[in-house]
Design a protein around this ligand. Sequence first.
Ligand SMILES: Cc1cc2nc3c(=O)[nH]c(=O)nc-3n(C[C@H](O)[C@H](O)[C@H](O)COP(=O)(O)OP(=O)(O)OC[C@H]3O[C@@H](n4cnc5c(N)ncnc54)[C@H](O)[C@@H]3O)c2cc1C
Length: 395
Amino acid sequence: MNTYDVIILGGGAAGLMCAATAASRGRKVMVLEQSRRPSPKILVSGGGRCNFTNIYAKPSNYHSSNPGFVNDALARFKPKDFIAIVKKKGIAYHEKKDGQLFCDKSAKEIIDLLVERTQQSGASLLLNQKVQQVYHEKDLFTVQLEDQSYQSSRLVIATGGLSWPQLGASDFGYKIAQQFGMKIVEPSPALVGLNFSPSDLTKFKDLAGIHLTVSASCGAWNMVEDIMITHTGLSGPIMLNASLVWEPGKEIVINWIPEMTVEETYAQLKKDKAAGGRGEFRIWFSERIPRRLADRIAWNAGARGAWAELPDETLMSLAKNIHEYRFVPQDTFGYRVAEVTKGGVDTREFSPQTMESLKVPGLFFIGEVLDITGQLGGFNFQWAWASGWVSGQAV
Ligand SMILES: Cc1cc2nc3c(=O)[nH]c(=O)nc-3n(C[C@H](O)[C@H](O)[C@H](O)COP(=O)(O)OP(=O)(O)OC[C@H]3O[C@@H](n4cnc5c(N)ncnc54)[C@H](O)[C@@H]3O)c2cc1C
């Protein structure tokens, strides 16, 4: 009889955390994972070293249309709780920067840890099991695979988001939510680079490979971090984080030399001009940002020829190009390279204490399938662990 107390769809980060937690409470648990290997995304995460948590994770590191939803789970399962599990297993790790913890050796160690905990707790994990359908009748969920079915009174959807379809990401979780009449916050690629408009493309594409530290803002959001120019757009940690708040049509304002402002640079340029302008500011400028980028910004601002002869409007235009470059992305680099999906199943219809649906008792959604997206830096795994753990306590 394929009957369980709890069936978990998706053997990723959140699903495996939920499985081990629930099974160690004595629940009979089955995890169904479509891939040949458990948690394929962990293997590619953090450049193969898995940035498995962030010691400073807090609710403000997350984006959602229902921001307070994360509070309870993050408070009950903290980064230190996952670190304790990692330490107990003897996995060596280090802090890269800003609280971001990475494995010293390989992300595979985190997968092995999760699988071992799942097995030791007594939960079953079946691979190569692509779930096709879910039925719900008389408080019982029936999960239909190609050639067999499983039943349980508790069903946990941990099927993740749409990013990296090459690793099997699908909209399955959203379809289940819709089947049960739940709302979806429009999903889109996030933690992803942003493409130039055609006119910016001609201005910048041959500078691909240049990287530097800048500041950027988009509406109320702002940050100082590294940026990278690519053949199609702007990437690097600052643009990946910007993609969490950016929406089509919005502009991102970039300051290529964050320690100065338009006014300060304009004053400096005028001083340089008054002193005969033999290019001192230009040297200063190219000492602070890569020479080729400095020249291009000056060119784009129309600052060509002898600097001492440039009109004040051109100097102002140059100062604005340096400190207020208005980048209006054409679109994102897309799901194939996006680290996460922003949007997802609307959390307003779930208990923040347990992740259980308020409309359909016994049905739980956890991890990235929900409309919760963390910033770059280990926050998304922390959400997977926290939502997996609190649901595992409740199923
Ligand atoms: C390249 C890359 C690097 C990343 N690096 C980091 C990082 O360093 N730190 C960090 O915090 N976050 C990182 N992330 C994000 C992180 O991987 C995810 O947020 C996290 O894996 C989400 O966990 P989850 O369990 O909700 O979903 P997933 O890990 O995506 O797991 C969902 C599982 O469900 C399975 N599934 C889907 N549909 C079905 C179905 N119909 N039947 C059966 N199984 C199904 C999938 O195969 C998958 O294994 C990275 C993501 C990518 C793509």
